[in-house]
Design a protein around this ligand. Structure first.
Ligand code: COA
Length: 480
């Protein structure tokens, strides 16, 4: 063999060795990658083969320590309970959530205020300021996924349940709070529904231009903020799936209301560039001031609308319909109200031409709606794709069969008040049927939670009872 040949063989074998190493490392990398894929595959379960609605509930396995009271917090935890979470409501022994006794309609029974906001939950009574009570709470913190509260600012800290303490006991715990205001000048204030509606911009933009600010019947401050909080909790639970740790979730009622009044902040900025042409005051020739005015029943979008009388309005306060003069169906509107000439009349044919005449146009449409009941008008207008909506009373909604059929209005049975109506889960999940049950009696599940969740023995339960941490103080002590 020549030297050259030897060199060539050496080079060849070196290259072969390199190739083998490369092959090996590619193989190793492929193996690693396939392991990763397997790992990822393990994280993503295969689609369930169970029939829809029989694969459990969306929040099965989530346990919530519920310190909420009145409306905002309870709205949030009730929704989570409807979706399958195990909600354990902690209440003060003897009295419980203050709403149990507020606006009572049936003597001796929990009020509808309470029962309609606390369905599908369990109730445990604990004196949270009692040393033994604190011990129970610490154990509950270890067993739960989310703590929800809407105490006055600082109250949770005063109970010793600050985030650091909770996080030390259970790093996975999500601590969710409703407060009236976020950090700022009003952060220490106690806040109720209408305060939030006023501070969040809703009241200044609700009502008629020549009248005072108005609050709305929809509880956008309380229930609206509860909804925001529920979304924050679900997002935090999702993130915890990746990070393994909980976090704080805060919803201020002022922020929640402002979020719902977002279109009015839109209009505030539009004001800098000219009048709000879709507001009827523009058509009436009334100048705009520096802030968004109250718009009466003007529609919030770009399509003018108003509330119009229907047949029977003289005796029925709800015989009205909301009518929208949507541009694409203007021709159909003209025909149905008997004004076909408006289709081509330059004063009426285009949306811009109509703006200064809206008041007259709605008065003319009203001459037609007054000849029909709101339901007759709905039937006629819906067929023509003309957007409209009857003003439905609570009485009508309570009896509406379609709302019963979908579980939006639910009748539940209660041991002390008999059957009552409640609003079920307005969010419909196709694989997680809503779990709507009656509200618990005060402390109904105290023993059950101590035994099944906290694994207290019968003796320990006896000791807890004797300590006074879960029962109301003696009558004598109460009087003093
Ligand atoms: N055991 C012992 N003490 C308890 C208890 C229990 N199980 N549950 C509550 N308490 C105590 C609290 O620790 C607090 O004590 P503290 O004042 O010594 O700290 C006290 O009861 C009162 O709580 P608080 O939240 O101040 O109730 P409130 O009736 O005075 O105020 C609100 C009610 C709603 C105005 C107030 O809670 C608040 O502003 N919450 C935040 C905003 C909100 O959600 N508002 C809408 C309500 S729908």
């Amino acid at each position: 063999m020549t030297a050259n040949c030897n060199k060539a063989i050496k080079a060849k074998s070196k290259a072969a060795a390199k190739k083998t190493t490369a092959k090996k490392s590619t193989k190793a990398a492929a193996k690693k990658a396939s392991k990763k894929v397997v790992k990822l595959a393990i994280k993503k379960p295969r689609p369930s083969a169970r029939p829809w609605g029989q694969a459990g509930r969306a929040l099965d396995g989530v346990r919530i320590l519920d310190f909420t009271h009145v409306q905002s917090g309870p709205t949030c935890t009730q929704l989570l309970a409807f979706m399958g979470a195990d909600v354990i409501k902690v209440e003060r022994p003897g009295t419980g959530d203050i709403t149990r006794g507020q606006l009572r309609d049936v003597k001796g029974a929990d009020s509808l205020y309470f029962t309609m906001l606390n369905g599908s939950k369990r109730s445990i009574t604990i004196d949270s300021k009692h040393p033994k009570g604190k011990e129970i709470l610490d154990r509950l913190v270890r067993q739960c996924d989310v703590l929800v509260e809407n105490f006055a600012p600082g109250a949770l800290d005063r109970l010793g349940l600050n985030f650091e303490h909770i996080h030390k006991l259970n790093p996975r715990m999500i601590v969710a709070s409703v407060k009236g205001f976020g950090p700022g000048p009003y952060e220490d204030c106690k806040v109720y529904e209408n305060v939030a509606q006023c501070a969040g911009g809703s009241a200044s933009t609700t009502g008629f231009r020549d009248g005072p600010p108005l609050v709305t019947g929809a509880q956008i401050g309380d229930s609206g903020t509860g909804l925001h909080l529920a979304l924050g909790i679900v997002a935090a639970l999702y993130q915890r799936g990746r990070t393994g740790r909980g976090q704080k979730v805060l919803c201020a009622m002022q922020d929640g209301v402002l979020n719902l009044a977002r279109v009015k902040l839109r209009d505030q900025q539009r004001l800098a560039h000219g009048p709000l042409t879709e507001y009827s005051q523009h058509g009436e020739g009334i100048a705009f001031g520096a802030s968004v005015p109250r718009a009466g029943n003007d529609s919030g979008g770009g399509q003018p609308g108003w509330i119009l009388k229907c047949k029977g309005y003289e005796s029925d306060p709800d015989a009205y319909i909301y009518f929208i003069t949507q541009a694409p169906v203007w021709g159909a509107i003209c025909d149905v109200i008997g004004k076909p000439e408006w289709k081509t009349d330059p004063d009426y044919a285009t949306p811009n031409a109509r703006l200064p005449r809206l008041r007259y146009i709605f008065a003319t449409v009203e001459q037609w709606t007054m000849t029909k009941t709101k339901f007759e008008a709905m039937d006629i207008l819906n067929k023509l794709d003309i957007p409209c909506g009857p003003i439905l009373s609570m009485k009508e909604l309570a009896h509406e069969p379609s709302l019963r059929a979908t579980g939006t209005v639910v009748e539940v049975d209660h041991p002390t008040r008999g059957t009552y109506l409640t609003v079920g889960n307005p969010i419909k999940l196709s694989d997680s049927p809503a779990d709507v049950r009656r509200s618990p009696l005060l402390g109904e599940h105290t023993d059950e939670v101590l035994r099944d969740v906290l694994r207290y023995s019968d003796k320990e339960i006896g000791d807890v009872k004797a300590s006074g941490a879960i029962s109301a103080p003696e009558k004598k002590a109460e009087a003093a």
